[in-house]
Design a protein around this ligand. Sequence first.
Ligand code: DGP
Length: 113
Amino acid sequence: MSEKSLFTRIIDREIPAEIVFEDDLCIAIRDVNPQAPLHVLVIPKQPVTKISDGDSGDAGLFGHLLLTAADIASREGHEDFRLVINNGAGAGQSVFHLHVHVLAGRGLGWPPG
Ligand code: DGP
């Protein structure tokens, strides 16, 4: 059996994290190294490595992650926010278990770094 990802270990409560939301499909935790006043990660419980590994069968799950991310930003009081998915090391992915970053609470420049 392949080794559990860091985020699966958080989902399984083997590693502590500040959980802001959880349902059958996903968990949302505060990022340990926040890049904005609000920085939450929305993570599928199914250990998809990266979004480019998904297919049409994942459309419902991926849609759920985005809607959950937007709902968390709204519930935390942010009308303006940014959702980020880093896909691959060259794009900044460091944890190879899909996650949506929810960033808000400061000016967010464009283009991103
Ligand atoms: P990425 O670089 O897109 O793969 O984002 C991974 C994020 O995960 C990064 O912003 C830091 C965060 N992170 C890494 N380890 C932990 C951890 O143990 N706990 C929490 N809450 N976040 C973590």
